[in-house]
Design a protein around this ligand. Sequence first.
Ligand SMILES: Cc1cc2nc3c(=O)[nH]c(=O)nc-3n(C[C@H](O)[C@H](O)[C@H](O)COP(=O)(O)O)c2cc1C
Length: 358
Amino acid sequence: MSLTLTTAGESHGPALVAVVTGLPAGLVLDRDAIDADLARRQQGYGRSPRQRIEQDRVEVLAGLRHGRTLGTPLALVVANRDHANWAWGMSPWPPEGEPSGKGTKPVTLPRPGHADLAGALKYGLDDVRDALERASARHTAAIVAAGAVAKALLAAIEVEVEGAVVDEEALQARVDEARAARDTVGGVVEVRAGGIPPGLGSYATREDRLDGRVAAAVMATQAVKGVEIGDGFALASSRGSDAHDEIEDGFVRGTNRAGGIEAGVSNGEEIVVRAAMKPLPTLMQPLGSVDLQTGEPGQALVERSDVAAVEALAVVAEAVIAFELARAAREKFGGDALGDFVGAWRAYLDRIPWRRTR
Ligand SMILES: Cc1cc2nc3c(=O)[nH]c(=O)nc-3n(C[C@H](O)[C@H](O)[C@H](O)COP(=O)(O)O)c2cc1C
């Protein structure tokens, strides 16, 4: 039994869509909990006024009845409230009437650091908007909705996942400085997953190894340029005697330098993942670019944008890691009904001699 996620949607189109398959039947979903995560994604120091326009809410089109999953594909929708201002420019069908609102003029000056140039070349686009709309991190609203569902599933086996900014105070000062200079900043986030039983993932292949799966999910998030698990890069310069976690009574560890994963398999300790986010690439003082139509040098498109979205990334990283852990847990414990899944987890914990520490 595997959990899958498919998303669709453009930044200023009618909506973002997430379809989740492989959930057991009987999982209770709380609409407010999903909306609370959507709201967390929109908050944070350095976000733009767009976040005030949107106020995301989840809608469910399929897979849920009276708040319980049916074991069938779950279809989640997050409407783009801002679409009202882009109704002509982002109309899925040939628009009727005179051009009005936003997005009516083709974008021909690609922004460095975005999908704009690569997307326009790859797909043969005359209007860069056809690339940037799907590439936009607005997509992460769909990811966060699906991640909230994954967290509900993980809660049934007493796993908790939480993301946060590393050094929040320093970030605020850096945002203030960057805002004054009309610039942008990035930062570092950390996600911790507690209560993970030993034995999720497997040893050898990219598809099996939990470290590879978790790292790939985080790395595939917009603006992430580096990922480490546990002590990560610092381990490269430490001695073997200082780099590993000795096994103690109850098969637990006194240290957690491995970040909860050894040989691609969870070892029962907290899973700790960090991600480095680059400074946001849309700048109010735009970088140099070249016009795709004329070949003339110019300045990249300026579109309303955040100074920083590091707190939002913490929520998104939490969501993608929750989804990967839920997927690994579905593979290990299976079951069509939630009770089967939880029962298999309990039976497994009864079999192994590991002493749970949290
Ligand atoms: C939650 C979140 C919000 C973001 N908001 C913005 C933004 O307002 N302006 C911007 O230029 N980039 C923003 N980005 C980053 C771009 O989406 C990203 O850099 C771009 O799509 C290129 O992808 P890459 O950085 O992975 O190469 C955001 C990223 C995340 C994760």
